[in-house]
Ligand binder design. Structure first.
Ligand SMILES: N[C@@H](CCC(=O)N[C@@H](CS)C(=O)NCC(=O)O)C(=O)O
Length: 216
Protein backbone atom coordinates (compact mmCIF):
# COMPACT_ATOMS: atom_id res chain seq x y z
CA UNK A 1 0.00 0.00 0.00
CA UNK A 2 1.35 3.44 -0.88
CA UNK A 3 1.84 6.12 1.78
CA UNK A 4 1.21 9.78 1.05
CA UNK A 5 2.74 12.31 3.41
CA UNK A 6 1.14 15.69 3.94
CA UNK A 7 0.77 18.30 6.66
CA UNK A 8 -1.40 17.50 9.66
CA UNK A 9 -2.78 21.00 9.72
CA UNK A 10 -2.63 24.08 7.47
CA UNK A 11 -3.81 27.71 7.63
CA UNK A 12 -7.47 28.05 6.60
CA UNK A 13 -6.66 29.71 3.24
CA UNK A 14 -4.66 26.64 2.18
CA UNK A 15 -7.33 24.00 2.84
CA UNK A 16 -8.34 22.58 -0.54
CA UNK A 17 -5.14 23.85 -2.19
CA UNK A 18 -2.38 21.83 -0.50
CA UNK A 19 -0.29 20.10 -3.15
CA UNK A 20 -1.03 16.62 -1.87
CA UNK A 21 -4.33 17.21 -3.72
CA UNK A 22 -2.52 16.45 -7.00
CA UNK A 23 -1.39 13.10 -5.69
CA UNK A 24 -4.71 12.25 -4.05
CA UNK A 25 -6.48 13.06 -7.33
CA UNK A 26 -4.16 10.86 -9.42
CA UNK A 27 -4.51 8.01 -6.90
CA UNK A 28 -8.30 8.29 -7.08
CA UNK A 29 -8.25 8.33 -10.89
CA UNK A 30 -6.04 5.23 -10.85
CA UNK A 31 -8.12 3.48 -8.20
CA UNK A 32 -4.99 2.90 -6.10
CA UNK A 33 -5.48 2.68 -2.31
CA UNK A 34 -3.14 4.61 -0.02
CA UNK A 35 -2.59 5.55 3.57
CA UNK A 36 -1.81 9.01 4.88
CA UNK A 37 1.14 10.01 7.02
CA UNK A 38 0.51 13.36 8.71
CA UNK A 39 3.34 15.69 9.67
CA UNK A 40 3.45 18.73 11.89
CA UNK A 41 5.33 21.68 10.29
CA UNK A 42 8.16 21.19 12.82
CA UNK A 43 8.55 17.56 11.80
CA UNK A 44 9.06 18.58 8.17
CA UNK A 45 12.21 20.45 9.23
CA UNK A 46 13.82 17.48 11.00
CA UNK A 47 16.94 15.85 9.52
CA UNK A 48 15.02 12.57 9.22
CA UNK A 49 12.31 14.08 7.01
CA UNK A 50 14.81 16.18 5.05
CA UNK A 51 16.39 12.91 3.92
CA UNK A 52 13.05 12.23 2.22
CA UNK A 53 12.29 15.79 1.12
CA UNK A 54 15.38 18.05 1.21
CA UNK A 55 13.23 21.21 1.11
CA UNK A 56 11.01 20.23 4.07
CA UNK A 57 7.94 20.24 1.84
CA UNK A 58 5.05 17.93 1.12
CA UNK A 59 3.86 15.86 -0.72
CA UNK A 60 6.03 12.78 -0.40
CA UNK A 61 4.92 9.39 -1.71
CA UNK A 62 6.31 6.05 -0.60
CA UNK A 63 5.67 3.13 -2.88
CA UNK A 64 7.23 -0.29 -2.56
CA UNK A 65 10.60 0.89 -1.21
CA UNK A 66 10.70 4.08 -3.30
CA UNK A 67 10.45 7.50 -1.70
CA UNK A 68 9.45 10.26 -4.10
CA UNK A 69 9.07 14.00 -3.69
CA UNK A 70 8.00 16.76 -6.15
CA UNK A 71 4.36 16.44 -7.12
CA UNK A 72 5.28 16.27 -10.83
CA UNK A 73 7.67 13.36 -10.32
CA UNK A 74 5.10 11.60 -8.15
CA UNK A 75 2.45 11.97 -10.85
CA UNK A 76 4.86 10.66 -13.48
CA UNK A 77 5.45 7.62 -11.25
CA UNK A 78 1.72 7.05 -10.78
CA UNK A 79 1.17 7.51 -14.52
CA UNK A 80 3.65 4.72 -15.15
CA UNK A 81 1.41 2.47 -13.07
CA UNK A 82 -1.79 3.59 -14.78
CA UNK A 83 -2.08 3.96 -18.58
CA UNK A 84 -5.32 5.93 -18.13
CA UNK A 85 -3.17 8.70 -16.63
CA UNK A 86 -0.12 8.42 -18.90
CA UNK A 87 -0.53 6.65 -22.25
CA UNK A 88 1.81 3.79 -23.15
CA UNK A 89 2.17 4.96 -26.76
CA UNK A 90 5.52 6.79 -27.02
CA UNK A 91 4.29 9.83 -28.93
CA UNK A 92 1.21 10.35 -26.77
CA UNK A 93 3.31 9.87 -23.65
CA UNK A 94 5.84 12.46 -24.81
CA UNK A 95 3.06 15.02 -25.33
CA UNK A 96 1.71 14.42 -21.84
CA UNK A 97 5.21 14.79 -20.39
CA UNK A 98 5.69 18.05 -22.27
CA UNK A 99 2.50 19.44 -20.73
CA UNK A 100 3.44 18.27 -17.25
CA UNK A 101 6.63 20.30 -17.47
CA UNK A 102 4.76 23.20 -19.03
CA UNK A 103 2.31 23.28 -16.11
CA UNK A 104 5.09 23.19 -13.51
CA UNK A 105 7.78 25.21 -15.21
CA UNK A 106 6.14 27.63 -17.66
CA UNK A 107 2.89 28.36 -15.85
CA UNK A 108 2.97 27.64 -12.11
CA UNK A 109 5.79 30.08 -11.19
CA UNK A 110 3.85 33.04 -12.60
CA UNK A 111 0.66 32.13 -10.76
CA UNK A 112 2.55 31.35 -7.56
CA UNK A 113 4.09 34.82 -7.76
CA UNK A 114 0.63 36.40 -7.80
CA UNK A 115 -0.44 34.26 -4.84
CA UNK A 116 2.67 35.23 -2.95
CA UNK A 117 2.07 38.96 -3.57
CA UNK A 118 -1.58 38.70 -2.55
CA UNK A 119 -1.27 36.42 0.46
CA UNK A 120 2.13 36.91 1.96
CA UNK A 121 3.02 40.52 1.10
CA UNK A 122 -0.41 42.14 0.86
CA UNK A 123 0.53 45.12 3.03
CA UNK A 124 3.86 45.93 1.45
CA UNK A 125 4.29 48.79 -1.01
CA UNK A 126 6.76 46.89 -3.17
CA UNK A 127 4.15 44.13 -3.63
CA UNK A 128 1.53 46.61 -4.86
CA UNK A 129 4.12 47.98 -7.32
CA UNK A 130 5.02 44.48 -8.54
CA UNK A 131 1.43 43.32 -8.99
CA UNK A 132 0.65 44.83 -12.47
CA UNK A 133 3.62 43.23 -14.23
CA UNK A 134 3.07 39.91 -12.41
CA UNK A 135 -0.58 39.97 -13.46
CA UNK A 136 0.36 40.81 -17.04
CA UNK A 137 2.63 37.76 -17.20
CA UNK A 138 -0.04 35.52 -15.69
CA UNK A 139 -2.59 36.83 -18.19
CA UNK A 140 -0.23 36.09 -21.07
CA UNK A 141 0.09 32.49 -19.90
CA UNK A 142 -3.69 32.23 -19.50
CA UNK A 143 -4.27 33.58 -23.01
CA UNK A 144 -1.74 31.14 -24.47
CA UNK A 145 -3.40 28.24 -22.70
CA UNK A 146 -6.83 29.38 -23.81
CA UNK A 147 -5.57 29.41 -27.42
CA UNK A 148 -4.09 25.92 -27.05
CA UNK A 149 -7.41 24.57 -25.81
CA UNK A 150 -9.25 25.57 -29.00
CA UNK A 151 -10.78 22.31 -30.27
CA UNK A 152 -9.38 20.33 -27.33
CA UNK A 153 -11.02 18.96 -24.20
CA UNK A 154 -7.69 18.09 -22.56
CA UNK A 155 -4.12 19.34 -22.91
CA UNK A 156 -2.67 16.32 -24.69
CA UNK A 157 -5.13 13.81 -26.16
CA UNK A 158 -7.18 12.10 -23.47
CA UNK A 159 -7.35 13.24 -19.85
CA UNK A 160 -3.97 12.65 -18.19
CA UNK A 161 -1.69 13.59 -15.31
CA UNK A 162 -0.87 16.78 -17.24
CA UNK A 163 -4.47 17.91 -16.73
CA UNK A 164 -4.26 17.15 -13.00
CA UNK A 165 -1.21 19.39 -12.76
CA UNK A 166 -2.60 22.18 -14.95
CA UNK A 167 -5.96 22.26 -13.20
CA UNK A 168 -4.36 22.47 -9.77
CA UNK A 169 -2.04 25.19 -11.08
CA UNK A 170 -5.04 27.14 -12.45
CA UNK A 171 -6.75 26.82 -9.07
CA UNK A 172 -3.95 28.90 -7.55
CA UNK A 173 -5.73 31.86 -9.14
CA UNK A 174 -9.09 31.13 -7.48
CA UNK A 175 -10.76 34.30 -6.29
CA UNK A 176 -8.67 36.55 -8.57
CA UNK A 177 -11.17 36.65 -11.47
CA UNK A 178 -8.43 35.96 -14.01
CA UNK A 179 -9.19 32.46 -15.35
CA UNK A 180 -12.82 33.57 -15.70
CA UNK A 181 -11.80 36.03 -18.42
CA UNK A 182 -11.05 33.12 -20.76
CA UNK A 183 -14.05 31.02 -21.78
CA UNK A 184 -12.24 27.91 -23.01
CA UNK A 185 -9.93 27.87 -20.04
CA UNK A 186 -12.74 28.38 -17.53
CA UNK A 187 -14.65 25.52 -19.20
CA UNK A 188 -11.51 23.33 -19.12
CA UNK A 189 -10.99 24.00 -15.43
CA UNK A 190 -14.63 23.18 -14.75
CA UNK A 191 -14.33 19.98 -16.85
CA UNK A 192 -11.35 18.85 -14.79
CA UNK A 193 -13.07 19.64 -11.52
CA UNK A 194 -16.24 17.79 -12.57
CA UNK A 195 -14.36 14.50 -12.49
CA UNK A 196 -15.49 12.25 -9.62
CA UNK A 197 -11.86 11.57 -8.67
CA UNK A 198 -11.23 15.29 -8.18
CA UNK A 199 -14.30 15.56 -6.02
CA UNK A 200 -13.20 12.61 -3.90
CA UNK A 201 -9.65 13.96 -3.49
CA UNK A 202 -10.80 17.46 -2.61
CA UNK A 203 -13.42 16.14 -0.19
CA UNK A 204 -10.79 14.02 1.56
CA UNK A 205 -8.36 16.94 1.91
CA UNK A 206 -11.06 19.27 3.21
CA UNK A 207 -12.33 16.65 5.63
CA UNK A 208 -8.84 16.28 7.08
CA UNK A 209 -8.28 19.99 7.61
CA UNK A 210 -11.75 20.61 8.97
CA UNK A 211 -11.51 17.85 11.55
CA UNK A 212 -8.16 19.00 12.95
CA UNK A 213 -7.44 22.42 14.46
CA UNK A 214 -5.97 24.80 11.86
CA UNK A 215 -2.56 26.31 12.47
CA UNK A 216 -2.33 30.11 12.46
N1 LIG B 1 7.58 21.80 -6.14
C1 LIG B 1 6.97 21.16 -4.98
C2 LIG B 1 6.30 22.22 -4.15
C3 LIG B 1 5.70 21.62 -2.90
C4 LIG B 1 5.11 22.70 -2.01
O1 LIG B 1 5.20 23.91 -2.29
N2 LIG B 1 4.52 22.24 -0.92
C5 LIG B 1 4.00 23.16 0.06
C6 LIG B 1 2.61 22.74 0.48
S1 LIG B 1 1.45 22.97 -0.82
C7 LIG B 1 4.89 23.11 1.27
O2 LIG B 1 5.35 22.05 1.64
N3 LIG B 1 5.13 24.27 1.90
C8 LIG B 1 5.95 24.38 3.07
C9 LIG B 1 7.29 24.95 2.75
O3 LIG B 1 7.58 25.26 1.60
O4 LIG B 1 8.05 25.10 3.70
C10 LIG B 1 5.98 20.09 -5.43
O5 LIG B 1 5.32 20.30 -6.44
O6 LIG B 1 5.87 19.05 -4.76
Amino acid sequence: MMTLTTFRSVPPFAAGYVRDLRVRWALEEAGLPYTLRLLAFEEAATPAFRKEQPFSQIPVLQDDGLTLFESGAILLHLGERCPALLPADAEARAQVTVWMFAALNSVEPYFAELVSLALFHADEAWAAAARPSAEAMALKRLRDLDDWLEGRDWLAGEFSVADILMCTVLRLLDGMELVERFDRLAAYRARCMARPAFDEALGDQLALYRQLPAVA
